[in-house]
Design a protein around this ligand. Structure first.
Ligand code: FPP
Ligand code: MG
Length: 356
């Protein structure tokens, strides 16, 4: 691992032009219009990821490139930048600390996925072979750790103990969320509170940290900080529910992940839970497939997918996700009007319609 801040020392964070094109678009929201609102800052984030993820060891450096060249949607840094700009003293104007915050949020996310692929025994991520598949679990665990280490150094650079505490809490939440999910594997007793709780831990905690830490750095009121915290929390829950839905309805070409892998791993999520709680013949058959572990095999997984798709599991899950997207948008009502605030609302609508 080499030293950080190759970019930041020599470059100023530029102020994006005010009055950028409105991000609110009728129909399917466009993610690119949201990235346009933070384009200067996002290119600094990308520059950081390209320039700082280097290592004395060429093998480690090759792995870092493999992880970051595979892409990623960059939704978490987008949330950090939009919410920071929406609450900046001079609307839209950020400091290098906000860029570091966006970088470290993406680093933590990526590190957690490298570990998650070990836990899930996943072979494909972002359309590429995972580190655990291409190399092995030990290397993947250590590469994830290396990225967490980079994130910790970024966190130290922010020099704000409250933000350090928030992200420290997130690291714990990610782990406990994953452990809760493991403990719920192959469970057919429907417990919505437990499902939402583990979704908060594994996903929404990081969204929420990213959505309100910029406001803390901006010295905003407790009310503004709380509103943005609620925004991220609800958006993160919505994001995870849509993620669970895409495991049932998505295509590997678009998501970059194998379809039905949650089911095969016995991870029972919202679409399956709606079927299980109906108490009819479909519930009984799905329960049997899960109880007998037939769901782990191709035929059982295909049958379970068909039961869920053909009996309202998808539609009910969309409604559930929508309720959290609406709560996220509602949390923004007292944030001062700007194109960045509109962007955060549009992002919630994008998350609802995403296919990748
Ligand atoms: C993806 O979930 C995984 C996460 C959102 C979080 C994973 C967190 C960990 C593995 C713990 C991280 C470790 C430390 C040390 C903080 P998913 O499997 O539902 O999504 P996927 O379909 O993209 O794999
Ligand atoms: Mg996974």
């Amino acid at each position: 691992m080499k030293s950080l801040d190759r970019i930041f020392d020599n470059r100023r964070v530029m102020k994006s032009a005010q009055g950028s094109p409105s991000a609110t678009i009728a129909g399917t929201p466009s993610l690119s219009s949201l990235f346009d609102l933070v384009s200067d800052e996002m290119s600094l984030v990308e520059d950081w990821l390209k320039s700082n993820l280097i290592d004395d060891n060429t093998f480690v450096e090759e792995l870092l490139k493999q992880i970051f060249h595979a892409g990623g949607k960059r939704i978490r840094p987008l949330i950090v930048l939009l919410s920071s700009k929406a609450t900046a003293r001079e609307t839209g104007k950020l400091s290098r600390l906000h860029i570091i915050l966006a970088v470290l949020t993406e680093l933590i996310h990526t590190a957690s996925l490298v570990h998650d692929d070990v836990i899930d025994k996943a072979s494909v991520r972002r359309g590429q072979e995972t580190i655990n598949k291409k190399w092995n679990d030990r290397i993947a665990v250590l590469m994830g750790d290396l990225l967490f280490a980079q994130a910790s150094i970024c966190l130290a650079r922010i020099m704000n103990p409250v933000v350090v505490g928030i992200y420290g809490q997130v690291l714990g939440d990610l782990c406990s969320g994953e452990i809760k999910q493991m403990r719920q594997q192959f469970q057919t007793k429907v417990d919505w509170d437990a499902y939402i709780e583990k979704s908060v831990g594994k996903t929404a905690s990081l969204f929420s940290a990213g959505s309100h830490s910029g406001a803390i750095l901006n010295g905003c009121s407790n009310e503004t900080i709380q509103n943005l915290k609620d925004y991220g929390l609800n958006l993160g829950i919505c994001f995870q529910i849509v993620d669970d839905l895409l495991d049932i309805t998505g295509s590997q070409k678009e998501t970059g992940k194998a379809v039905g892998s949650d089911l095969r791993n016995g991870v029972v999520t919202a679409p399956a839970m709606f079927i299980l709680e109906a108490g009819d013949a479909n519930s009984a058959r799905l329960k049997e497939l899960i109880d007998t572990r037939a769901i782990c095999e191709d035929a059982g997984a295909e049958e379970a997918l068909a039961i869920i798709r053909n009996n309202g599991g998808v539609e009910k899950t969309v409604d559930l996700a929508r309720s959290y997207a609406d709560k996220a948008i509602e949390s923004l009502k007292d944030i001062k009007d700007s194109s960045y605030k509109d962007g955060l609302a549009t992002l919630a609508n994008y998350v609802m319609t995403r296919t990748t």
